[in-house]
Design a protein around this ligand. Structure first.
Ligand SMILES: [Zn+2]
Ligand SMILES: [Zn+2]
Length: 151
């Protein structure tokens, strides 16, 4: 999204546009493939705005979620991981490196056949799956080098 469009959105919500806020959004966009945590955004923003506080980063991320600019991808180990991709997709979380990758998967079933245990619990708007495992990068690191002689 162009920054001018974002500025307009913030203005419509009567939110002040500060260079820090814009930098925070930019940092989330730059780290999209990592599904960054608030801490990672904080580290990135601090490089250009050393005075920024972690609390400001948290609050701004919350605001950006509220205005629908970003969303929460997953919460893992108590850390919220953010996502600028708003279309429906799922996630694969690596338990070794903490990496979060996007997963494309059709789940039409969730719209057409509500699981029995959900009936009566309310209106479902979307369903998301989190796959847990070890990513191929971490697997490659763990596997012994192919030329290592077996002792
Ligand atoms: Zn990994
Ligand atoms: Zn994602």
């Amino acid at each position: 999204m162009k920054m001018s469009v974002l500025e307009e959105k913030l203005r419509q919500k009567n939110l002040k546009i500060t260079p820090q806020r814009l930098e925070i959004l930019r940092a989330v966009q730059n780290h999209q493939c990592d599904h960054p945590s608030a801490e990672l955004i904080y580290q990135a923003v601090k490089k250009r705005y050393p005075a920024v506080s972690l609390a400001t980063v948290y609050k701004t991320l919350e605001t950006l979620v509220q205005i629908g600019e970003i969303r929460v991808a997953i919460v893992s180990d108590g850390k919220t991981r953010y996502d600028t991709r708003m279309d429906r997709h799922h996630h694969f979380l690596c338990s070794a490196c903490g990496g979060v990758q996007d997963v494309e998967m059709r789940m039409d079933c969730l719209e057409t056949c509500t699981p029995e245990s959900l009936i009566g619990k309310g209106t479902i708007h979307r369903g998301e799956v989190i796959f847990h495992g070890i990513c191929s990068g971490c697997e490659a690191k763990q596997a012994p080098a192919p030329n290592t002689p077996l002792l």
